[in-house]
Design a protein around this ligand. Structure first.
Ligand code: 1PX
Length: 215
């Protein structure tokens, strides 16, 4: 029987969606950003239910962004740049403490943006690791250098426990469904500069507008 398209899931396609994120003049399309995260979450879910609490939060964040993308002001949410401008000009962002706008596009996307840094660090470790590299250690190190500083103790603790049950490097490469380990490494080498650029552009935009610590 022919496989349903959703079963032929490969991480290559997911990481390719990040290629579509940047416009010619370096604006970040929210639609493709969200699509990239959807694919990553699908991958995360295939690793098992221990990661459920992580994917649940990410799914919530995506839902909020999709609501903006499909809402009556959808034209303001085409790119991260237009979203920032629109929400700031219309005072739709809680800047210093949580208030009337707990679901602003700016604060919601910031959470995914921080997680993108984790992804970049983790994938870089995966790419340069040896055959006996431990994914749990790579994941924990990447997390400690990025996302963890934004998380309270309980979340760090739960994340740390989840990392311990990550499959080893060979099994992990297998679920990625990209091909041989050499092909995985090559694919990561292609994908990382794109992810890194999307991260940098967003980081600079948020820094310019003083949005890096949104509550
Ligand atoms: C080949 C590698 C591909 C792996 C793909 C894995 C995709 C991981 C998706 C992670 C998305 C995490 C989003 C987290 C957003 C967040 O920081 N939320 C917190 C703050 O939100 P709030 O609204 O309260 O301000 C929230 O408290 C989060 C709670 C959930 C725990 C987050 C732990 C994140 C660990 C990230 C590492 C994922 C490990 C995957 C192993 C492959």
């Amino acid at each position: 029987a022919p496989e349903a398209p959703e079963e032929k899931f490969s991480l290559r396609e997911v990481l390719d969606t990040f290629k579509l994120c940047l416009s010619g003049d370096k604006e970040v399309y929210v639609e493709h950003y969200v699509a990239g995260w959807r694919g990553l979450i699908k991958f995360l879910n295939s690793l098992g239910s221990v990661f459920g609490f992580i994917s649940k939060d990410a799914v919530n964040k995506i839902k909020i962004l999709v609501t903006h993308l499909e809402g009556e002001n959808s034209s303001e949410y085409v790119t991260v740049q237009s979203m920032v401008k629109y929400e700031l000009e219309n005072e739709l962002v809680d800047l210093n403490k949580r208030g009337n706008h707990p679901e602003s596009g700016c604060r919601t996307l910031l959470r995914l943006h921080r997680a993108l840094r984790w992804l970049e660090l983790f994938l870089e470790r995966l790419r340069t690791s040896g055959e006996d590299g431990k994914t749990s250690v790579m994941c924990a190190e990447a997390y400690n250098e990025s996302l963890s500083r934004h998380h309270p103790w309980v979340v760090r603790k739960a994340a740390g426990m989840a990392f311990c049950v990550l499959p080893g490097r060979p099994a992990f490469f297998e679920v990625m469904n990209v091909g041989t380990p050499e092909q995985v490494v090559a694919m990561l080498g292609d994908a990382l500069p794109l992810i890194s650029e999307v991260y940098q552009v967003t980081e600079e935009l948020y820094a310019q507008h003083n949005l890096l610590d949104l509550p």
